[in-house]
Design a protein around this ligand. Structure first.
Ligand SMILES: Nc1ncnc2c1ncn2[C@@H]1O[C@H](COP(=O)(O)OP(=O)(O)OP(=O)(O)O)[C@@H](O)[C@H]1O
Ligand SMILES: [Mg+2]
Length: 215
């Protein structure tokens, strides 16, 4: 069966860190949610940005559902939840924000409404529909950002440090959501206990390489 995401011999670096990723191989199958840990600066966010077609590999390939991932080209199959939710909340209200994705995918108004209602319900944020996103708490913003991605119905979701800035209660809400939602993907986090609860496998990114860790 075609993998959802397939990374082969991926190399990437920036000017000051030319050999950040030195041959990454990773496959995400339909039931996989893979956790990625690693020190600050080890390249975790960079790896997600490569998978999200924001950056281009210097060597190697990334394919999503058998199609080559081309930097700069929109990939409707891949949703990305950024580390800072405020970076992806742009609507005047929560409902408008969550509607933005399906509207841009060309969904009809009733379909948009249905997707917004579903995404808000799944993330436990229906009561926030009329609020202004920038006035929400960090935990509320995180769940609304996830709702915005869900409304686009991606086949794969990439999360960059989703527990950052969350207190224990909000973390619990996020864990409950992730345990109920079966969308496969990647989760970058510094919290091994969190990853163990929501991932099928965990990897460590170190010195440019990924290696599996015991769950
Ligand atoms: N746009 C950029 N230009 C130059 N260097 C960059 C750029 N983005 C990241 N870097 C550098 O690449 C390295 C990896 O950064 P990245 O953000 O991928 O790390 P990370 O593993 O996500 O770290 P953290 O745990 O702190 O979020 C760092 O040394 C960083 O300074
Ligand atoms: Mg990062």
């Amino acid at each position: 069966m075609t993998a959802l995401l397939e990374i082969r011999d991926l190399h990437f670096g920036y000017g000051a860190t030319p050999s950040l990723l030195q041959g990454i191989d990773l496959t995400v199958q339909r039931r996989d949610r893979l956790g990625i840990m690693g020190d600050n600066g080890s390249g975790k966010t960079t790896l997600l940005l490569l998978c999200a077609a924001v950056l281009a590999p210097q060597r190697g390939t990334i394919t999503c559902l058998g199609q080559s991932v081309v930097a700069g080209q929109f990939q409707p199959a891949v949703g990305v939840v950024l580390q800072h939710p405020a970076d992806q909340l742009i609507g005047a209200t929560v409902a408008e924000d969550v509607a933005f994705g399906p509207e841009n995918l060309g969904c009809s108004p009733p379909e948009v409404q249905q997707r917004v209602d579903q995404a808000l319900a799944k993330t436990g944020t229906s009561h926030l529909a009329d609020r202004m996103p920038h006035q929400l708490s960090g935990g509320e913003q995180r769940m609304v950002a996830i709702a915005g991605i869900l409304a686009m119905q991606p086949q794969l979701i990439l999360y960059d440090e989703p527990t950052a800035f969350l207190d224990q209660r909000s973390c619990g809400t996020l864990i409950e959501f992730l345990q109920a939602d079966t969308t496969p993907g990647l989760i970058v986090s510094h919290d091994p206990a969190f990853l163990r609860r929501v991932c099928t496998q965990i990897f460590l990114l170190e010195s440019g390489h990924l290696r599996p860790l015991a769950l």
